[in-house]
Design a protein around this ligand. Structure first.
Ligand code: CMC
Length: 422
């Protein structure tokens, strides 16, 4: 059987055969036959916007790999900083490369005092930390004017280091401000995740010692969230990056996309749902109400995963380790019962709805003491390395500015009517 499709223009009888490559066909080929005719693909559900060598995802089989390495192996054996290196460079680092990468990131964690004083402290007292993060990342572009030099490899690399390093500092600062606590400066003697926890929780002790189990668990969550190919925020990064904006502005756009409840906010919805259910006895009735069309089972289902999200499996194990330290999140039993019923219920089975990454992550964050407003911020910290890997890739590919077509459905031409006559 030929690995191609044939398109015939019935108006002219002309046809064209297009090879199927990696499961897709090239629009550049079929537009030769049909110039001016375009696909209507709302939500870009069937459109590959780019070639990418960063993340492989097979939603049918539940496979996720960064640069070819299975997510399960990375979560078990690697660290977030090493994974960030892998995403950016394409290869795992040698000891020497890793030490230098770690050194670079560690020594770029400080933010300019004016970012704190003039921007972060300028927000209203009850500002949402994710809103603060989005704005603070955009503000960074005004501090690093060299960031505009995006085709200078040295400058490009420097901004990548700065962004990965400063994200936890901005995140910690946003949290501290939103709860009225003083800013905590980075402690460069700590590793990436422990340093972030110090900037979150330190009070008056000279050095904050994070619980190693919790620091490790957060590091695993960072690995799992580091990239997920062409999701909404990464697409935002690519769209803005394609106009050759500086990486801070592009990252601010990506963070803004992540702010939405359909993307970075689903784990918060899970916690709200579990709290509303209240107890195990109410689970069957809740499932029935979902099946009757009253709302959705939050943390279940995925646009691309039609089997168990591989990240959810790892997170479930991580949750057990965290609860050993923090005590069990009281909502866990409700979550387990929900999963148990849903996985054997015809409604969910036939629609191939399985727990996704957000089903358990919120429970872990909550048990660790993070307020719900911080959940999307916690997502943005590691996803920054994924966004930047895609940004770098699109610049290397010299990709076109993203400018899709539309299907115009508005008014026909009409004459302007003076206000008094309307
Ligand atoms: N609970 C109940 N029914 C559901 C759910 C759910 N969570 N998800 C999908 N369905 C049903 C839906 O009603 C539809 O049924 P029918 O065919 O009878 O109309 C069918 O399954 C297909 O749903 P869809 O809305 O066409 O699927 P989608 O691919 O557009 O939506 C989704 C994917 C993630 C938006 C959706 O599954 C959902 O709303 N899940 C709950 C929210 C959630 O957990 N979001 C986090 C996603 S993971 C984040 C990340 O990876 O970054």
């Amino acid at each position: 059987m030929a690995e191609s499709i044939t398109i015939t223009d019935n108006r002219t009888g002309d046809s064209i055969e297009i090879p199927i490559v990696n499961g897709g066909v090239s629009a550049a080929e079929w537009t030769k036959l049909l110039p001016g005719l375009w696909f209507f693909d709302a939500g870009l559900v069937s459109t590959a916007m780019c070639e990418s060598a960063i993340t492989y995802l097979d939603g049918e089989a539940g496979i996720l790999r960064y640069r070819g390495y299975p997510i399960e192996q990375l979560a078990e054996k690697s660290s977030y900083l090493e994974v960030a290196y892998l995403l950016i460079h394409g290869e795992l680092p040698t000891t020497e490369q890793y030490e230098s990468w770690k050194h670079e990131i560690t020594y770029h964690t400080f933010i300019h005092e004016n970012v704190r004083k003039r921007f972060l402290e300028g927000f209203h007292y009850d500002a949402h930390p994710m809103g603060m993060l989005v704005s603070a990342v955009a503000a960074l572009s005004t501090f690093y004017l060299d960031a505009k030099d995006i085709f200078n490899p040295e400058s490009r690399y420097k901004q990548i280091i700065r962004l990965i390093a400063k994200m936890p500092t901005l995140a910690g600062a946003a949290h501290r401000f939103s709860v009225g606590m003083p800013f905590v400066y980075p402690d460069n003697s700590l590793d990436f995740t422990a340093n972030f926890l110090s900037m979150m929780w330190k009070v008056a002790e000279p050095r904050f010692e994070a619980n190693p189990v919790l620091a490790k668990a957060l590091d695993v969550l960072f690995i799992l969230h580091a990239d997920h190919e062409q999701n909404c925020s990464t697409t935002a990064m690519r769209v803005v990056g394609s106009s050759h904006a500086d990486p801070y502005s592009a990252c601010a756009a990506a963070s803004a996309a992540l702010y939405g409840p359909r993307h970075g906010g689903a784990n918060e919805a899970v916690i709200r749902m579990l709290t509303e259910i209240g107890s195990i006895e109410n689970v069957p009735a809740f499932i029935e109400s979902v099946k009757a069309g009253h709302g959705r089972l939050q943390g279940f289902g995925h646009r691309v995963y039609k089997s168990y999200d591989p990240r959810a499996k790892i997170i479930k194990r991580t949750a057990d380790e965290v609860f050993e330290v923090t005590g069990k999140n009281p909502l866990l039993d409700i979550a387990l019962k929900l999963e148990d019923i849903a996985l054997s219920d015809e409604y969910f089975v036939s629609r191939r709805l399985y727990p996704n990454v957000d089903f358990y992550s919120g429970l872990i964050y909550q048990a660790m003491g993070f307020p719900m407003e911080m959940f999307p911020v916690l997502f943005a910290i590691p996803r920054t390395s994924g966004w930047l890997a895609h940004w770098q890739e699109l610049l290397d590919q010299d990709s076109k500015i993203v400018r899709p077509r539309q299907l115009y459905v508005g008014a026909e031409p009409r004459d302007y009517v003076a206000m008094a006559a309307r």
